[in-house]
Design a protein. Structure first.
Lengths: 245, 607
């Protein structure tokens, strides 16, 4: 695994509660600079809550979350975004009544360099050529796959050092699933670290460098993705349920 | 007879005024999913600031508008910062109740500062009328139209081209996603409250000038009209709010033209109820799903109720029962009689709002129906008061449930709006249906309470009578709550989708709750009618609905004992401390605000 000095994002011994119910038990995860790290797990394993902790939408009761060696705890979500973390939320969460162009530009909300933002918009259109014809359309009228493209473009517009993605392939057609995974790899090769939460383990392990398996709030398995891909325990841990789904 | 063109112009002008209120409501609802019941109070504050500026400081008109806009915006910012921001993470009902409390406090402060008497607010414009086709138009009409259009244009530019405007739009479509883009939602809220308050304040000033009169009753009316216009246009939809407002202005104006002035508000509320029932997303909503209202379970604060042993309740009841045997003053008995009457209303409301989760803001209408039925039965048909009161209860149960039933499909805030409107409709029907209700004159000479042929005139006998009725109703309701029926009610409140999935018929259970609650409230109204011997359409008003809601929240939503404790506390404590009548409403507003902030589950906890 990675050692602490090269970790861009690190969660250490995080315990989270919703009221009385404990969601995370001593959760520790680290994302190395330049890597794709995947958090696998079934329903109600605490995956999405992990995303919310990183983004400051949920506060853990104990533990530490650091980004680039500085603590994120106590920061508001907008402040965390300004530190360089962008997100592709679960189910995309586009601004449905705003145009595609406005959605993508909303991603640059924290930036003040207008001219460069305009250039970045053009760059997004070369990365996601399909969006070019859709720019003035309502974002809510796009197909799921197209919405996923907008969500990714929107996240990239803040020029983040890291993107967190919640189930980026959920609800997409097989064609788009491949396209999305390809794009995640491209984004990563341009230097952006990626932390993604996925149910679809076999696909996620294709592109990830490291992976963690979360089961009812505890990490039960972790290691390099290549090693995990062939690990029989991964099926025992959770894939059985996922394959049936 | 004025021409139709005149009515059209008038409708559009009034619609412009409503639009200034409704746009603010729509902006706030968009960002916070909150109906801001304090919007009318800001409108009131704006009117009075305008009065101070015009009459005392003699400011020229453009300066007056700026002063009003800025001062009202500051009030809006204060409300957002100190009234609502602390409630960000509390249950969904909390901010709604807070805006009601804030509205009471603001209205009362204005009333205490300026006295409730109406004042003239001169427009500072020349009094000329220009011919326009078959109608006429004056400079004030043009000013209102100009302010309306300018505001709309400024708002459009702000939302479309400024960074903060983009943030407002993004936050109103998906608050969490906007935060993940780096939008500071607190700043967005500030902006929205500031803008809404500035527009609302200017609107109040313009209305004051239009009618050359301002008074403190303007506040509630403005809130109601703004809410109507906003919901008609689709909650949270800014252009929809403008069109809804113009439509409302026209409907009212034509309604007045055909039926007369006293029907103006009736049309507004009928329009609201029709839209809520047929198109709850407003006239212009796309075919999207119903707005993301919360399930009611997250609407009301969950808590563990305080357990009170039965013997303690029995001792307390016994103590109150034998109280008149001791030498207590007439004044104490009178106060407690009021508490028992309010207690019956609170029992009704705690069942409807607490147990089954339909937060009614028009509960006083049930009192009115019971009171009028009982009074008319005993006056017209010489029915003995005891029976007439039961008749009042039955009528309230039947009519109240029938009136509310179209809104059974609504949830959360929309239930509150619908009940508020239905409450207003009842009061307006009473005002206008002169053949039955004697209209604005009211009903006088209602015979005193009687039971089995004996008149109950002494305070002691009235005390016993009202106390006994309340205890019986409370015991029945307690029994109801422990039965499977009570469980079904709570299931519907906590998760209506799940309840429906388990085969519970929501309409049937909501009807049952309103029938039982309607009966208790109707009986309370009936007794009150015979006690007061005179009632009119204003005897049972929205203030009483809100007072009952405060009582119920004080006691703990759904909590039977809490409803009674709350009634005794809110009726009794001001008497104990000899608080002057004009400060009472202010106190109630502050109590409501403090409760929502510090103990949303009430004294005894929600059940």
């Amino acid at each position: 695994m990675t050692n602490a000095s090269e970790a861009l994002l690190a969660l250490t011994a995080v315990n989270t509660f919703y009221g009385q119910a404990q969601v995370h038990f001593d959760l520790s995860i680290s994302v190395a600079r330049g890597h794709i790290v995947c958090l696998l797990g079934g329903n109600a394993s605490g995956k999405s809550t992990t995303m919310k902790i990183i983004l400051g939408l949920v506060k853990p009761r104990s533990g530490e979350v650091t980004f680039d060696s500085a603590s994120l705890l106590g920061l508001s979500t907008p402040q965390i975004v300004r530190r360089g973390i962008a997100s592709v939320p679960e189910a995309r969460r586009l601004f449905a009544d705003m145009s595609v162009r406005e959605n993508i530009l909303m991603g640059a909300f924290v930036r003040n360099d207008r001219d460069v933002v305009a250039q970045d918009l053009d760059r997004m259109l070369t990365l996601f050529p399909k969006l070019g014809q859709r720019l003035s359309q309502r974002a809510g009228s796009l197909s799921g796959g197209e919405q996923q493209m907008v969500a990714m473009a929107r996240a990239l517009m803040s020029r983040p050092r890291m993107i967190v993605m919640d189930e980026p392939t959920m609800g997409l057609s097989p064609l788009y699933v491949d396209r999305v995974l390809e794009l995640i790899r491209t984004i990563n090769q341009e230097g952006v670290s990626v932390f993604m939460v996925e149910q679809n383990a076999s696909l996620a392990l294709e592109i990830a460098h490291e992976a963690y398996v979360l089961q009812t709030g505890k990490i039960v398995l972790s290691g390099p993705a290549r090693a995990l891909k062939d690990d029989p325990r991964i099926r025992d841990a959770y894939l059985g349920g996922s394959e049936a789904a | 007879m004025s021409s139709w063109l005149d009515y059209t112009i008038n409708g559009l002008i009034v619609g412009n005024v409503y639009a200034l209120v409704a746009v603010g409501l729509a902006l706030i609802f968009g960002v916070s999913r909150l109906i801001n019941f304090a919007q009318g109070s800001i409108y009131l504050v704006g009117a009075y600031i305008g009065w101070v500026a015009v009459v005392q400081l003699h400011t020229p008109l453009p300066l007056t508008i700026i002063v009003v806009a800025v001062a009202a915006a500051i009030v809006g910012l204060i409300i957002e910062r100190f009234g609502l921001r602390p409630l960000q993470n509390s249950v969904r009902i909390a901010p709604l109740l807070a805006t009601i409390g804030i509205s009471f406090v603001l209205d009362q402060l204005v009333m205490l500062t300026f006295s409730p008497n109406p004042r003239a607010l001169p427009s500072q414009l020349p009094d000329v009328r220009f011919q326009l086709g078959g109608g006429t138009i004056g400079p004030l009409d043009l000013l209102i139209a100009g302010v309306g259009l300018t505001s709309a244009l400024l708002l459009f530019v702000f939302l479309r081209y400024s960074k903060l405007g983009w943030a407002v739009r993004a936050a109103s479509q998906d608050r969490d996603a906007a935060m993940q883009m780096g939008v500071d939602v607190n700043r967005v809220n500030q902006a929205v409250f500031g803008i809404a308050a500035a527009l609302g304040g200017v609107s109040g000033m313009l209305v004051g000038m239009y009618y050359n009169q301002i008074d403190t009753a303007m506040s509630l009316q403005a809130t109601l009209k703004g809410v109507v216009a906003e919901v008609v246009g689709g909650a949270g939809n800014v252009p929809g709010a403008v069109i809804g407002s113009l439509l409302l202005g026209l409907v009212e104006s034509y309604g007045v033209a055909v039926f007369g002035t006293s029907y103006r508000n009736l049309f507004a509320f009928l329009l609201l109820v029709v839209v809520l029932v047929l198109r709850p997303n407003g006239l212009f909503a796309s075919a999207r799903q119903a707005p993301p209202e919360p399930l009611t379970g997250t609407f009301i604060a969950p808590s563990r109720p305080v357990r009170i042993p039965r013997w303690a309740l029995a001792v307390a009841a016994g103590g109150f029962a034998v109280l008149p045997l001791f030498p207590v003053s007439f004044y104490v008995l009178q106060t407690l009689i009021n508490a028992w009457l309010l207690g019956m209303l609170a029992l009704s409301l705690t069942l409807v709002a607490g147990t089954i989760g339909q937060v009614s803001l028009g509960h006083a209408a049930l009192l009115a129906i019971g009171a009028y039925t009982s009074a008319l039965l005993s006056l017209t048909f010489s029915v003995p008061a005891g029976l007439a009161i039961i008749g009042g209860g039955l009528m309230s149960a039947a009519l109240g449930t029938a009136l509310i039933s179209p809104s059974f499909r609504l949830r959360g805030h929309y239930v509150s709006i619908a009940t508020l409107a239905i409450g207003e409709i009842v009061s307006l029907v009473i005002l206008n249906w002169e053949g039955v209700t004697r209209g604005p004159i009211g009903i006088s000479g209602i015979p005193p309470l009687s039971l089995f042929g004996y008149d109950l005139i002494s305070p002691t006998s009235i005390y016993w009578f009202s106390f006994a009725v309340m205890v019986v109703l409370a015991l029945l309701q307690g029994r109801l709550l422990t039965s499977h029926l009570g469980r079904s009610f709570r299931a519907i409140r906590d998760d209506d989708v799940a309840a429906r999935a388990y085969g519970l018929s929501l309409n049937r259970y909501k009807s049952l709750a309103f029938i039982f609650g309607g009966f208790a409230a109707g009986v309370s109204g009936g007794i009150a009618a015979h006690l007061y011997s005179y009632i009119n359409h204003e005897t049972f008003n929205t203030q009483q609905s809100i007072l009952a809601l405060t009582v119920v929240i004080l006691g703990g939503l759904g909590n039977v004992v809490g409803a009674i404790v709350g009634s005794v506390a809110l009726v009794g404590l001001p008497e104990v401390f000899r608080i002057a009548a004009e400060y009472r409403i202010l106190i109630y507003g502050i109590v409501l605000l403090l409760l929502v902030r510090f103990r949303p589950q009430g004294l005894l906890g929600t059940i």
